[in-house]
Design a protein around this ligand. Structure first.
Ligand code: CO
Length: 497
């Protein structure tokens, strides 16, 4: 028995190492790789993926998993076996032929999506989207599910979460959030958004962003911050975390809050157990929990007034031309402007969730065949009107704006909104547990919050599924209440509600 477990752990680590090598190759592709390297890099990544898949779905690994018993008193073993069994099941249930068809279809779909978005012509993308949803239905049927097909797809990104749970949460969020956006729009005080669109020299942004990442606890001896078109965080484990940022001289939010966001992801990675590196006990729970860490640092901490009481003088010193004559309150208002917009990635933290509710409702209906692909643009616009009171000018600003569907990532969107809700619930629990947390943030002592997160969230790895983790952390199941309370408390003084 002991030998079987040791062999299982060795193989598990090898599988994960193949994955991290691929992550570093992908990181390099987005940061330093010369343009002409792209074709070879695509082959390298595809080879890495198939070697890892072979290992994971091998007879040897399957036999080991059958020999090992999950019901043991050791939580580390139980977690590792349970989660690797889940990865294994997902890997072996989908036939290689279907995997290959999905890969081929997404390659073509992504090309078509780029053209369709450029031309703002949904018809160019529609046939690919239709085929992708058909293949994803087949994939869901191979994997199996208890409630509805969408469960099987959601489970890839948010293990254990069900469509019904997401639907309940989102249904309860829809109206109160849309009403709140309206209240802010009608509020007497509207902050001046132009402050963050002044001239902010790039070199100063790089230095200040790095300073903030360090100040909230990122260890630069165990990670890097580089530049890419779309910011991300990846890496090879807690001792080698790779983050990226982007810089616009006429829009400082992109770097400051992009960096705080990715640092939130990075702190979660650096907080994983070194001893259990490469196994589920030393890995993140779900994309939603990962996103909760980035949103907590970006928004609950990074957009709070307390945080800027500490850092605004430094910020003014870093950007004297832009900010010398701007008060802390004006700056704090500018970084917290809320308003309906068509593009998800540009959305503020309040309207953001509504963009996700819309996407979830549409992709769920598509998968169920309650909605036809050709009717997506109309359904999209209709929901934009109901949820945000605006209509996109064209499909490029509407249903063609996101890359996700073209990559076959269906069931991914909910993790963004779940992340916001988990974050608010965790932050509320931290505020109750840590004496005078706000005062500590005001002094720049965010280490107490990081320690709390390390102990209550990071250290567990995948031991608890997201729903269980949030209940352990906060004493109750996930609800929209902490998020609604958080935005009410935060935006009331800014907007004079
Ligand atoms: Co993120």
């Amino acid at each position: 028995m002991k030998n079987a477990y040791d062999r299982f752990i060795t193989m598990t680590r090898e599988i994960r190492q193949l994955g991290t090598v691929a992550e570093l190759l992908a990181w390099d592709q987005e940061t330093y790789m010369p343009k002409k390297g792209i074709a070879l890099r695509a082959e390298q990544l595809s080879t890495m993926a198939s070697v890892a898949h072979e290992r994971l779905s091998s007879d040897e690994f399957g036999t080991l998993l059958r020999q090992l018993d999950e019901d043991i008193d050791d939580p580390v073993r139980a977690t590792n076996i349970r989660e690797m069994r889940r990865f294994y099941d997902r890997a072996v249930r989908v036939p290689a032929e279907l995997v290959a068809r999905i890969a081929k279809t997404t390659t073509l779909a992504k090309e078509a999506w780029v053209k369709a978005r450029e031309a703002s012509d949904f018809a160019l993308f529609a046939p690919h989207l239709k085929e992708l949803f058909e293949l994803k239905r087949q994939m869901a049927d191979c994997i199996g599910y208890q409630g509805e097909r969408y469960d099987a797809l959601l489970d890839e990104f948010e293990p254990g979460m069900t469509t019904a749970m997401v639907a309940d949460i989102f249904a309860s969020l829809r109206k109160p959030l849309a009403d709140f956006v309206q209240r802010l729009a009608d509020a007497p005080n509207q902050p001046d958004a132009s402050i963050v669109r002044r001239h902010y020299p790039r070199a100063a942004q790089e230095a200040f962003g790095r300073r903030l990442a360090e100040a909230i606890g990122f260890d630069f001896d165990a990670g890097r911050l580089d530049v890419s078109t779309h910011p991300f965080c990846s890496g090879a484990g807690p001792l080698d975390v790779r983050m990226t940022a982007r810089y616009y001289e006429d829009y400082v939010n992109a770097s400051i809050f992009g960096i705080l966001h990715e640092t939130g992801h990075g702190l979660y990675e650096q907080g994983q157990s070194i001893e259990h590196c490469g196994t589920p006990t030393g890995a993140y729970v779900s994309l939603g929990i990962h996103e909760s860490q980035s949103r907590l640092w970006e928004n609950m901490v990074g957009r709070s007034r307390a945080f800027w009481e500490k850092f605004y003088p430094e910020c003014q010193a870093a950007f004297p031309d832009a900010l010398t004559d701007t008060s802390l309150d004006a700056f704090h208002g500018a970084i917290n402007c809320v308003g309906p917009s068509c593009i998800r990635v540009e959305a503020d933290e309040v309207t953001y969730n509504l963009h996700i509710v819309l996407r979830f409702e549409i992709e769920r209906a598509l998968l169920d065949r309650r909605l036809d692909v050709k009717d997506v643009p109309d359904a999209w616009n209709e929901k934009m009107r109901t949820l945000l009171g605006i209509t996109p000018a064209n499909t490029a600003e509407g249903c063609l704006q996101d890359i996700h569907w073209s990559l076959g990532a269906i069931g991914y969107f909910p993790t963004y909104a779940l992340g916001n809700l988990y974050a608010a619930q965790m932050f509320e629990a931290a505020t109750e547990a840590v004496p005078d947390l706000e005062g500590a943030i005001r002094r720049g002592d965010t280490g107490v919050l990081l320690s709390w997160l390390r102990e209550n969230v990071h250290a567990h790895g995948m031991r608890y599924r997201a729903a269980e983790l949030i209940e352990r952390v906060s004493g109750r199941p996930l609800s929209i209440e902490p998020f609604m309370n958080y935005i009410e408390r935060k935006f009331a003084p800014i907007y004079d509600l």
